[in-house]
Write a protein of this length. Structure first.
Length: 229
């Protein structure tokens, strides 16, 4: 996988003045070699990953690295997750065209943009004002009109818009916030990394059925900490 990442980066360097067609080729390769090859086959997710211009969600100086299989710094001590993780977390909630999804941790806005290509409505909350405002500007510039943004503490979710078909959390708390579970619809899914700060965490899938929660540990991950006001 590392050799593939290097190869994709070298491709990006050898393309004179990377243009939109070149970026489309890099996205196709990203989906084929980083995502499909690792058994993510949710069609709507794959199409969204082929469509959303990931390079527009990272700082300009990082754009040549945008389609590598790794997280990238976006400032303020935060990162944009590697493409595979974004794709996996999207696919595992099984979103559809009528879904209403909440994201906690807007960050760059990339995950919300991927969701917006699939679902009816996306609600996303970011605690760091600079990131929240920048993501909002990016959504506007790219004409993502079905994303609603909020700057604030995501622990309590977005209760006035609940319930949600699914919730994605892109930062790791020590334990699952109970308000988020309460804001799931019957049969709704929550995917969240859980565990100690700056250490290995467990990506968990929580499903709400008959008023109870079913928790499945998926695999180890490392996310930035879940922060509170």
């Amino acid at each position: 996988m590392r050799m593939l990442t290097v190869a994709l980066f070298l491709i990006s360097l050898t393309i004179p003045g990377i243009n939109q067609e070149n970026y489309r080729t890099l996205r196709e390769n990203m989906v084929k070699y980083q995502i499909e090859a690792r058994n993510v086959h949710h069609k709507a997710t794959l199409e969204a990953m082929r469509t959303v211009p990931r390079h527009q969600f990272v700082p300009r100086e990082m754009q040549s690295f945008a389609y590598e299989d790794r997280p990238l710094s976006i400032g303020n001590g935060q990162t944009i997750s590697q493409p595979y993780i974004v794709a996996f977390m999207t696919a595992v909630i099984d979103p559809g065209p009528d879904s209403k999804v909440l994201e906690i941790g807007t960050g760059s806005g990339y995950q919300a943009a991927v969701l917006s290509e699939i679902v009816r409505e996306v609600y996303t909350i970011e605690i760091i004002p600079e990131l929240g405002e920048k993501a909002k500007e990016t959504f506007k510039s790219l004409n993502y009109s079905n994303i609603r943004t909020r700057i604030g503490d995501g622990y309590h979710g977005w209760p006035e818009e609940a319930p949600f078909d699914a919730i994605i959390v892109t930062a790791a708390p020590d334990e699952i916030p109970e308000p988020l579970i309460e804001q799931l619809k019957e049969g709704g899914k929550l995917v969240i990394p859980v565990g100690p700060r700056y250490s290995v965490q467990s990506l968990q899938l929580i499903t709400r059925k008959n008023g109870k929660t079913q928790i499945k540990n998926l695999f180890p991950v490392r996310f930035v900490p879940f922060t509170r006001d």
